[in-house]
Ligand binder design. Sequence first.
Ligand SMILES: [Zn+2]
Length: 598
Amino acid sequence: MQKISYSIIPADPAAHLYEITLTVERPAPEGQVLSLPAWIAGSYMIREFAKNIVSISAASGKKPVALTKLDKDTWRAAPCKGPLAVTMQVYAWDLSVRTAHLDQHYGFFNGTSVFLRVHGAEHLPHELEIRAPKGVRNWKVATSLPRSKGTKPQAFGSYVAPDYDALVDHPVEMGSFAAGGFEACGARHDIAITGRVPGLDMARLEADFKKICEAQIRFFEPKTALAPFLDSSDRYVFMTMAVGDGYGGLEHRASTALVCNRNDLPQTGSADSSEGYRNFLGLVSHEYFHTWNVKRIKPAVFAPYDLSRETHTPLLWLFEGFTSYYDDLILARAGLMTEDQYLKALAKTVSGVLRGPGRLKQSVAQSSFDAWTKYYRQDENSPNAIVSYYTKGSLVALYLDLSIRTRTRGRKSLDDFMRLLWTRFGRDFYQGKPQGVAPEEITGLMKQATGLDLSRELHLATETTQDLPLEPLFAALGISYSQRAEGSTPSLGVRTKGQGSDCVIATAFNGEPAHAAGLSANDVIVAIDGLRATPGNLDGLLSRYRAGDTVTVHAFRRDELIDVRVKLAVPPATSVKLIASDKAALEKRKLRRQWLAA
Ligand SMILES: [Zn+2]
């Protein structure tokens, strides 16, 4: 078997440069083709990572080998006989979970940003040597990449991936991070927190993460309680970057990279559970759930991934939406959210979906398919034009789950469907059975899991733009659903953002007063009826009027002053409240308990 090996070193942290050397023992004699991915799994946008390659050269022994660039991210090395060594420097100065970062304090990379693919050798084991930067002593390494013999946990040294797909699915973090760890259902989990967090309560994180992980492992494997990632690594790693303001995550087969707001992390000595901390735990729960749902249960077109070009699927509502549904639900089931907190968070999601007129233009299947050009490339008109397969997708899951629970009187649920997907597609995915879910199979799989024909509900929820009939379903669980306007201030029908002291229209909702009067996104509102408007006082100014009153709005469009007459309206009734009743019939309360309890 031929050997594919890489080394990576933080060569110049101040210039944010990694140096990577790839060695191909027996390159293709007619010329070895090499390429860098154009996107990273889990983030559906073409990112063209090759743009960060600052220099690249090839040699065989001491002899240089010519590299011909074939397109934006592909090269051919020819002629080459003996071992081929390709060295490149990659610029890494993006503090996101999707690419790579390096400075004097911290390094992080995804393989998709730094490791060339050796065409024709993707299926072979790929070795990796991770080297410490010169002169640095106290750095550690956090990664779920399997270690070679002789490499200690969290140490620089040799690692090995079974193939290229695995090599780029185990990101690596290095630095002097705060380290924690715990066992969940007997499986090792590491936590690495980078960024300054004074007074961080690691013990609290360990205890709460453990609850989430155990609840999810038992959800999918109630009999064996076997953790899913043991097919790929001896541990799961939570890599977390704490910053002043940030939120996001990316899932991998045995790890996740997270960015969070440092003030959302718990502090030693305080047992409070802030909304920010619950949001962070929701993110942890979301990414961990992906270990099953999208890293192993996948759309058929992702098995395997083609990272060279867009791969469209109409099913992101199932992989992102259902994951978004279960992230908070599992916090509630694990006791990390009260029933009241859970229903409030759920009501917020329903309200958010109802506020966007775009939900009437795009179904979640369309939104999934066009993720590459629409969801991931949003602009000021997006709320009018698209719906999120995350939030609407989570409501699709809710709608189906409550429909199944009420129709089967609590005997079946969406949980049964998820477990069927897991045993059918997920459990053996990395053990030689890489098969994914095709869109046309879903109705049949739901019938198999629940005994119900849900084709009508699935069609309504995923292929149409109709609002989901949630009210009667909540009623069946003894939860009252109401929809009213948010506040009593008459509405312009805009979402605004502050830019310094400017009050800028971020979105003018289609069909609402500002749009009807000719105002538009990016217009700067300077005055209402001659009184100066700022980001802080717009609502105060409007609260002196009533719905139906007409006001003059002065605004700058670019640098030209315009004024328009706007007839204020009653704010749309999109604010949802969910209230559980303790006095509901026993059967209803029982259904609710089954839904929210472990
Ligand atoms: Zn996700």
